[in-house]
Design a protein around this ligand. Structure first.
Ligand code: G6P
Length: 367
């Protein structure tokens, strides 16, 4: 039947509320109900001897891939090449014999990503796709599809598909790390549990709409916004900046917080809010000192952190949103949710067409 908004004002609002379900259902499908261990379908290649992984995607899916890169490098010790599909396609990087091409797409129809799929397949790479629409062109042409179970996503700006993509990539990382004998049982249990606990933490975050709305009032006044993050939270800063641009038409840039001093710090003044994705568990001291530098130059600091981080940020931040404490492994998934809500709330204040932003399409099937 036809998909409705279920009483929400926009599909985006409805789909933001579906984060916990999208994460939960996606993980449920790939978790053994008895052992509560991740159980992915067998890979059509030997993971232990895999020489390299090439990750590609477009838009939000690309930022999910960037998080996947940090995970796979750190936990599965795999060399990664990653690029947006429209670049990777024409870069012609040397391909190792029987490497893995890992593609990420909500629709499974994005022309640039599909183009890379075909090129890398022709170059002898194994093709695994992380897709929401499994019965899609990419689905048919892949060696293996890892499905998200996010349900249909109607809003042009991706929301729940992004956290579902991340959930699959986190599971894939655990699976690969295990197959490469890099994960002892205790560590696997800890990381798996942190993943399986996410739906309930995501529910808590949905209780923060009102707090995020008051942060949105500051952003809605701005012409330019800077998003900062480090390490595995840097792609979440990028996702936040993309989402803000897409639906509120406010210019936003994301930077690795450590790069601030090499350029963007010259932009900082009270009219350019700085939004930081700063869980206390991820390079926090470094981010803190970057934010202190921004504050000293008159920047208005708005932060997403946890209770421990908030304690240290309270003197420099104008607005702090406190998220539940979670393992650093899953922090990028959880922190995505308030960052997307922020863009949504700003778009509401600006009165833009949230579900159908100008010039954008849900699925771009031309190059
Ligand atoms: C379009 C959408 C984005 C999406 C991107 C990739 O640009 O507006 O929200 O992230 O395509 O789409 P895909 O279906 O491949 O994930």
């Amino acid at each position: 039947g036809q998909i409705g908004k279920d009483g929400y004002r926009h599909f985006m609002e409805k789909e933001l509320h579906e984060h916990p379900v999208a994460i939960g259902q996606t993980l449920q499908r790939i978790t053994d109900p008895v052992t509560r261990r991740i159980a992915l379908p067998p890979m059509p290649f030997d993971v232990a001897t895999l020489p390299r992984v090439t990750i590609t995607a477009c838009g939000s899916a690309f930022y999910a891939g960037m998080v996947g890169r940090y995970w796979l490098e750190e936990l599965a010790r795999l060399p990664i090449d990653i690029d947006v599909a429209s670049e990777l396609r024409y870069r012609n990087p040397p391909q190792p014999d029987r490497g893995l091409a890992l593609l990420i797409s909500q629709s499974g129809e994005t022309a640039d990503t599909l183009g890379v799929l075909r090129e890398l397949k022709a170059a002898g790479q194994h093709v695994v796709s992380v897709l929401n629409v499994e019965h899609s062109t990419m689905g048919r042409e892949s060696d293996l599809v890892l499905g998200m179970v996010a349900g249909p996503e109607i809003s042009v700006a991706s929301t729940k598909a992004f956290t579902a993509q991340l959930s699959v990539l986190a599971a894939l990382t655990l699976d690969f790390a295990r197959q490469r004998s890099l994960l002892d049982e205790a560590k696997e249990r800890e990381l798996t549990d942190s993943l399986l606990d996410l739906p309930s933490h995501a529910m808590e975050v949905l209780g923060l709409f009102d707090a995020i709305r008051s942060m949105a009032r500051i952003i809605a006044q701005a012409r330019d916004v800077l998003y900062l993050g480090r390490g595995i939270c840097m792609p979440i800063a990028q996702e936040g900046a993309l989402k803000l641009k897409e639906i509120s038409y406010i210019h936003a840039e994301a930077y690795a917080a450590g790069e601030l001093k090499h350029g963007p710090i010259s932009l900082i003044d009270p009219s350019v809010p700085v939004v930081a994705i700063a869980p206390s568990t991820i390079l926090f001291e470094k981010t803190l000192s970057n934010l202190q530098e921004a504050r000293a130059r008159g920047g208005r600091i708005l932060v997403f952190t946890d209770a421990k981080g908030a304690e240290q940020l309270k003197d420099i931040a104008e607005h702090i949103i406190i998220l539940p404490d979670v393992n650093a492994f899953v922090a990028p998934i959880l922190y995505t949710i308030p960052v997307q809500i922020l863009a949504y709330e700003v778009a509401l204040l600006k009165g833009t067409d949230v579900d159908q932003p100008r010039n954008l399409a849900k699925s771009v099937t031309v190059e």
